[in-house]
Ligand binder design. Structure first.
Ligand code: ZN
Length: 100
């Protein structure tokens, strides 16, 4: 991803949940990127679990994607989900900058 933001600005945006997972992943070199995406998948499973937790699932018959990631749950949780991914991303981004 080409960006006009500095590293400090990117970290601030990520912290505030203003960058989504794809944007964050694009900012990482290949190796931490796969670790980052794996960590995000864990977060997605947690949010997906939450979709059914309050008895209000995204579909009347139940959550559309139980056991995997529920897009509806992620959209509903969007700022929190982006922030959670941002928290996972920050240390990876920092260390990739230090070694670059
Ligand atoms: Zn759902």
């Amino acid at each position: 991803m080409t960006t006009e933001y500095s590293s400090a600005q990117l970290m601030s945006l990520a912290e505030r949940g203003m960058l989504d997972k794809t944007q964050l992943a694009d900012l990482l070199p290949e190796e931490p990127r796969s670790a980052f995406l794996a960590a995000c998948a864990e977060v997605e499973r947690e949010f997906t679990h939450d979709c059914a937790a309050d008895g209000e699932t995204c579909l009347p018959a139940g959550c559309a994607l139980e056991g995997e990631s529920c897009l509806n749950a992620l959209l509903a949780a969007a700022p929190e989900y982006n922030k959670a991914c941002g928290r996972l991303w920050l240390p990876l981004f920092r260390s990739s900058k230090h070694t670059a």
